[in-house]
Write a protein that binds this ligand. Structure first.
Ligand code: DND
Ligand code: ATP
Ligand code: GLN
Length: 679
């Protein structure tokens, strides 16, 4: 398997086809299906789903009981079986089939000349415009386990799953239209029994608003089942004697819409999307109650498994047919980003509000550097005071310059504190830091330009020590500012340093999101025009801890030169901690998200200069830094982190919350996997 092939990373390509159709003309209908099937197969699809009763057409009423029609369906099926010999994909088609004197509305799965299974529809609608029971029998209690079809002995029943022997986690279930409109669809049991790809062959006539309802069903069902759910409904050509058809086809994965066909199209429709089977399997492991639910319903999960070797193309670069956002914490859709910013601020500020109320402490002490994190924490603090009806003067904000503080950040710190109306003060940290450097015999005290970790941490420590004592003196809480990305990388000074506080509102907010939160406050002018102006200046400032003196031309320490671009590190952080993906898979995804600056949407209002691309070697280089720092050197900092609210999914590293890990682990397994990424 090659790195650039999607099958190497737990993906499988799924297609939904909505072909043109003629009423009661199986020969014509097969002729329309085949080109779509071949197109999907050429495009790397492993499963191609067609609509309910697609060979005969759905709305043909009593014509379903005509021998000539049923024979023509069998002939078309035989032809399809022959055609499938030259294809890799599993074709799933709908057909009316006579079995032991009854007629069933069936899904037929065909792969390389073999009919894998026939699954009859369970729930036959017989209300309002539907009359299926007049022609069909339900497959639920048919008592038939296999049938003869096209010269083959074929498993038959509603209790069948198709399991690929050569693709991990690929288990397919088929159900038919009405089946998913039930309170408990057959696919619920299939998912609990291990099916990851749930297929629905549908013929759902359209009425106003019905499309939304189908979306709701598929979205919720795919999420509830932690599965892919593909839905392909009959469209152009179905009989309009009494009804109309829109050909709605869609593919969902765990609540997210991956692809959707044009409705009411005059041309045949084919949609493809790549399903992340590994992600589904990992999420089912993580969500322990999924397994509990299976245990509780064990007597309903007696499925027969039909095993087959899919033999997908594992060598070619087939691309990746799903959108991978560059910023997993920052949506590129403006409306969603607005909503997310609103929620993030409220979560942060509600967390702090509760802590102040329960401690009966009414003051906050915070160090304001003019950088991003302390700005965000200060904005949250101001919001919290407003919500509690306390004066903003209760925020005791300090700017604490030392050896490396630049005029620019200090000016911005002052402008921000003034614009927000908090109690502002400046304390020069240089004498205290110099004294400690003298006391510990550091060469800097002798005038030598030694700017090592000790030199840096003396400053971070002195600031923290001072803030805690100011909190004692003023009966306040020290508000932490360190963000999620810094925590992941261990980019903070432990203990007596910025790692510690009484309560930290930023611990679950990534650096890439913080930038947008600040921009959102600036744009919405929540704190007035003066505040907005300084916020935009802060956003334009280079990210630096300002612990090592510069040469007057900007900071000497650019954080991203050390730990890598936060854009990439937040990507790594999200996929490694939220899903548990291996580094090589993260690199594969990151390459799709980041290799071409012109592909896909960027978050709104993002500076053009930041809209850059990263090649695979760069991605690999910084991923190695992430793996080393995250797994090997910084867990002890997270094991002792202060309290603070979880803000985003995939955004908590609290040992009391989402992330429990040993502080003395080896990163060897991740580093070995990293070597799978080509240079
Ligand atoms: N597993 C483990 N369990 C317990 N203790 C462990 C440990 N591994 C190391 N240690 C101890 O911890 C020490 C390392 O931790 P620590 O003292 O924090 O020091 P360290 O992580 O080496 O340095 C702090 C880094 O954070 C950067 N920083 C500081 C402040 C703010 C920002 C910012 O941009 O926001 C960045 C700073 O530039 C520097 O690179 C080791 O020397 C060792 O004594
Ligand atoms: N000059 C300063 N004055 C006051 N507080 C400071 C100063 N420098 C650092 N701090 C405190 O230490 C924390 C960590 O410092 P650091 O400079 O790394 O973060 P930041 O400037 O807030 O944000 P960023 O990491 O994005 O630059 C700050 O958030 C702030 O609370
Ligand atoms: N074919 C079907 O099972 C159609 C029934 C489904 N409830 C619908 O309205 O579309």
């Amino acid at each position: 398997m090659t790195f650039h092939n999607l099958h190497s990373h737990g993906f499988i390509r799924l297609a939904c086809a909505a072909p043109r159709l003629k009423v009661a003309d199986p020969g014509f209908n097969l002729g329309e299906m085949l080109p779509l099937l071949r197109r999907a197969d050429d495009g790397g699809a492993s499963i191609v789903l067609f609509p309910e009763l697609g060979l005969s057409a759905y709305a043909i009423d009593d014509l379903h009981m005509q021998s000539a029609l049923l024979d023509a369906v069998r002939d078309a099926l035989s032809a399809l079986v022959e055609e499938s010999r030259s294809l890799r994909a599993v074709a799933v088609v709908g057909a009316p089939l006579r079995v032991e004197g009854r007629l069933f509305n069936c899904a037929v799965a065909i792969h390389r000349g073999r009919i894998l299974a026939v699954v009859p529809k369970t729930y036959l609608p017989n209300y309002r415009e539907f009359y299926e029971r007049r022609q069909f029998a339900s497959g639920e209690r048919a008592g038939i386990t296999s049938i003869q079809l096209c010269g083959q002995e074929v498993p038959f029943g509603t209790d069948i799953l198709l399991s690929a022997s050569d693709v991990p986690d690929l288990t397919i279930h088929m159900e038919i239209c009405e089946d998913v409109w039930m309170p408990v669809p057959p696919s619920s049991f299939a998912a609990l029994a291990g099916a990851t790809v749930l297929l629905n062959l549908s013929a759902s006539n359209v009425t106003i608003g019905k499309s939304d309802w189908r979306h709701t069903l598929c979205k919720a069902h795919s999420g509830r089942c932690i599965a892919a759910y593909a839905y392909s409904a009959a469209g152009t050509g179905e009989s309009t004697t009494d009804l109309a058809w829109d050909g709605q086809a869609m593919i969902y994965e765990n609540g997210a819409l991956l692809a959707e066909a044009e409705r009411f199209a005059s041309e045949p429709q084919l949609i493809l999307a790549d399903i992340d089977l590994e992600r589904l399997a990992l999420d089912r492991i993580r969500m322990n109650t999924f397994g509990d639910n299976a245990d509780a319903l064990r007597d309903r999960l007696a499925f027969r498994r039909v095993s087959f070797a899919l033999e997908p193309d594992c060598e070619s670069d087939l691309g990746l047919m799903r959108e991978v956002e560059r910023f997993p914490f920052v949506p590129s859709d403006d409306a969603r980003l607005n909503e997310l910013c609103f929620e993030a601020y409220n979560i942060q500020s509600h967390g702090l509000r509760k802590r102040l109320e329960s401690t009966r402490v009414e003051k906050i002490v915070i160090g304001v550097s003019g950088g991003l994190d302390s700005t965000q924490a200060l904005l949250v603090a101001a919001d919290t005071m407003d919500a509690l009806g306390l004066p903003r003067e209760n925020i005791l904000a300090y700017t604490l310059p030392a050896f490396a503080t630049s005029a620019g950040t200090k000016t911005n710190a002052w402008r921000l504190m003034k614009a927000l109306g908090v109690t502002a003060a400046e304390i020069d940290m240089t004498p205290a830091c110099r004294q400690m450097l003298v006391d510990i015999g550091h060469p800097f005290a002798e005038g030598e330009p030694v700017y090592d970790i000790t030199f840096e941490n003396v400053q971070a420590g002195a600031r923290t020590s001072l803030l805690f004592r100011l909190a004692n003196k003023n009966n306040g809480l020290v508000l932490g500012t360190g963000d999620l990305s810094e925590l992941a990388l261990g980019w903070c000074t432990y203990g007596v340093g910025d790692q510690m506080s009484h309560y930290n509102v930023n611990g679950s907010v990534s650096k890439t999101l913080i930038q947008h939160l600040i921009r959102w406050v600036a744009r919405t002018e929540r704190f007035g025009g003066d505040a907005s102006a300084v916020l935009l200046d802060i956003l334009a400032t280079e990210i630096s801890p300002e612990l090592v003196p510069g040469d007057g031309e900007g900071p000497s320490q650019k954080t991203e030169d050390f730990v890598g671009p936060y854009a990439l590190q937040d990507f790594n952080l999200f996929y490694i901690t939220r899903y548990g993906f291996s580094p090589s898979k993260v690199a594969f995804l990151s390459h799709h998200a980041w290799s071409d600056a012109a592909r896909g949407d960027w978050p709104p209002h993002m500076e053009a200069a930041k809209q850059v691309a990263y090649d695979l070697p760069t991605i690999k280089r910084w991923l190695r830094v992430f793996v080393r720092r995250f797994f090997e050197t910084s867990q002890f900092k997270r094991s002792a982190m202060p309290n603070g609210p979880k803000v985003s999914s995939g955004g908590s590293l609290s040992p009391r919350g989402d992330w429990r890990a040993p502080s003395d682990a080896s990163g060897a397994a991740w580093l070995t996997d990293l070597d799978r990424i080509p240079d």
